[in-house]
Design a binder for this molecule. Sequence first.
Ligand SMILES: NC(=O)c1ccc[n+]([C@@H]2O[C@H](COP(=O)([O-])OP(=O)(O)OC[C@H]3O[C@@H](n4cnc5c(N)ncnc54)[C@H](OP(=O)(O)O)[C@@H]3O)[C@@H](O)[C@H]2O)c1
Length: 246
Amino acid sequence: MQNLEEKVVAITGANVGIGKAIAVKLSEKGTKVVLGARNTELLEKVVEEIRSKGGEAAFVKIDVSHKADLARLVNAAVTVYGKLDVMVNNAGVAGISRVDELDVHSWDEMIDINIKGTLYGMAAAIPVFKQQQSGHIVNIISTSGIKIVPTQAVYAATKNAVRTISEAFRQESDGSIRITGISPGYVKTDFAVKSVNTKDLKAAASNAVKSLAISPEAVANAVIYAISQPKDVEVGDIVIRPAKQH
Ligand SMILES: NC(=O)c1ccc[n+]([C@@H]2O[C@H](COP(=O)([O-])OP(=O)(O)OC[C@H]3O[C@@H](n4cnc5c(N)ncnc54)[C@H](OP(=O)(O)O)[C@@H]3O)[C@@H](O)[C@H]2O)c1
């Protein structure tokens, strides 16, 4: 793996699930990680876990729907570790329901966290990357945006907004700032269960995750692959789903 021990990586949504797996796996390779999320108790636990194994990590309480919080996350990386090499925009939520259920609150949340949160992460990192003349943005997207199914309209739309923004940024960049979109399918986290709001749907989601989902470490491995390429190689899109997922 190229230069992972020299890298500083900021990760949003890093206290559980995929974000935590990315943080832990990278720290095992010697990468310095700066973790952001809202729940600081969980953030502290991840940082303790990383430090107990000899890794280096810091955390910042952030809500990605607040632009200034992303700036604080990036500033923490630069202040504590002197630079930022990779910004992983991973924090996300889903509110799964039919459009005609009009769950406007969830629509707002998905737009604020999944789209604006990713844009704010990019907005915080890009000035630092421009100054350094290097940097890498990794956006965690979803296969929901690739295979569109009922009840995932707004979630898939937010993820496809991120896909579109990422592709445009790739074309605009002179290559000194790289961008990778990673689209996971079902992953073993609490995400799917949190995304539905009835007991029956939660039970169904839990069963689907148990029987089908891949480990969050599989997604972390994809991040590691993307960011350990030589400077002239940009991995654009990675789709990583359970082999059995339709
Ligand atoms: N699990 C899957 O099957 C799956 C599949 C495809 C794509 N994804 C995507 O992968 C990413 C991570 O999902 P996951 O499965 O790891 O979900 P998860 O276990 O529910 O974790 C979500 C993370 O996002 C953070 N977060 C949510 N809202 C936030 C906010 N406003 N500000 C800061 N952090 C926030 C949460 O921390 P706090 O609540 O403490 O802030 C948590 O760390 C998401 O973007 C999701 O869309 C997941």
